[in-house]
Design a protein around this ligand. Structure first.
Ligand code: NAD
Length: 304
């Protein structure tokens, strides 16, 4: 695909970071976002602006989407001004987390119009998008996967999870339930430790040297909770969507979901108290409020 035009729709936390990465590696981008200021920011960084999803799809053979909800992905792909009406587009690379059902639906709707869908949800956050170190969970045809691989390798490490449409989404929901559960568990134990009189910075150091280490203790707590910045770059509302999708799909399979149900409840409580746009690391805040403590690593309070 080289330096030919690539379309990108959705310039939020992830989309903008991926746009920067693609630009830095010599790709020409034609972009659209519902928010004009997001388009302006991408244009200032070297992208060409499009007026709608169909305008993107008139100008690029490969269109990437990074959108917040299953509804937004369906609208952008198949709505009145959707990608499906584009004259040049040959494939949609869907990078959003939309769940297995919507991914299958998209794949079928676009196949009817001769557009291939490569389902490609990603993990690794804004830093992974910016640095090209995402885990990319593709599903779709082997040919489409091979065609897209050089582009996907700019963004991270692509895995062909399965040729079944939607399987990449299943894998992504599994990944995010793990990430959500370990962040929730880390928040709970950190609040417990502080309430019991332990120093949060020492706790994180010990967890990271021992068997309790997780991505939450290695990265999310040191970067966004201990310094109280709550700016990791993923919205509570979006994580709530992901864990709910996991729960729905697990329940449909008739498997035990006790842990997932608790994780969903914890996330809904965070969304309801901190707001859907809050950073997902604020999951610690309702627990802090209930315990009457703060997990604050800004002061060096270690006893020597
Ligand atoms: P975001 O809310 O920051 O960005 C979404 C962007 O889509 C916004 O700029 C918004 O204006 C735009 N948008 C919404 N509806 C639109 C429409 N109808 N037409 C055009 N543009 C529209 O979300 P994000 O954090 O960038 O996440 C994007 C997707 O990637 C989500 O599915 C999310 O679950 C997934 N994801 C996010 C992360 C992360 O760390 N942020 C990590 C992995 C996966």
């Amino acid at each position: 695909m080289g330096t030919t035009d690539i379309g990108l729709i959705g310039l939020g936390n992830m989309g903008f970071a991926m746009a920067a990465r693609l630009r830095d590696t010599g790709h020409r981008l034609v972009v659209f976002d519902a928010r004009a200021e997001s388009v302006d920011r991408a244009v200032a960084a070297g992208a060409a602006a499009a007026a709608s999803p169909v305008d993107v799809a008139d100008r690029a053979e490969t269109v990437l989407t990074s959108l917040p909800t299953p509804q937004a992905s369906l609208e952008v792909a198949t709505g009145r001004e959707g990608i499906v009406h584009g004259s040049r587009v040959r494939r949609l690379v869907e990078l959003s987390t939309i769940g297995t059902h919507t991914a299958r639906q998209l794949s079928a709707l676009l196949a009817d119009r001769g557009i291939a869908v490569l389902d490609c949800p990603v993990s690794g956050g804004v830093a992974g998008a910016r640095n090209g170190t995402l885990a990319i969970m593709a599903s779709g045809s082997v040919t489409e996967f091979h065609t897209a691989t050089p582009l996907l390798e700019v963004l991270g490490r692509p895995f062909l999870v399965s040729t079944e449409p939607g399987a990449g989404q299943t894998m992504k929901l599994i990944n995010n339930l793990m990430a959500a559960a370990t962040l929730a568990a880390t928040a709970e134990v950190m609040v417990m430790g502080v309430k019991a009189g332990l120093d949060p910075t020492v706790m994180i150091d010990v967890l990271n040297a021992g068997s309790g280490a997780t991505h939450a203790s290695r990265d999310k707590f040191p970067r966004s909770v201990l310094p109280r910045t709550f700016d990791f770059g993923f919205a509570t509302g979006l994580m709530t969507k992901d864990v709910r999708l996991y729960l729905q799909e697990a329940a449909q399979l008739g498997i035990p979901t006790d842990l997932a149900e608790t994780v969903v409840r914890r996330w809904e409580e965070t969304r309801d108290t901190q707001g859907p746009d809050s950073d997902f690391t604020t999951i610690v805040k309702p627990l802090e409020a209930a315990a009457g403590v703060i997990v604050d690593g800004r002061d060096d309070r270690r006893s020597h």
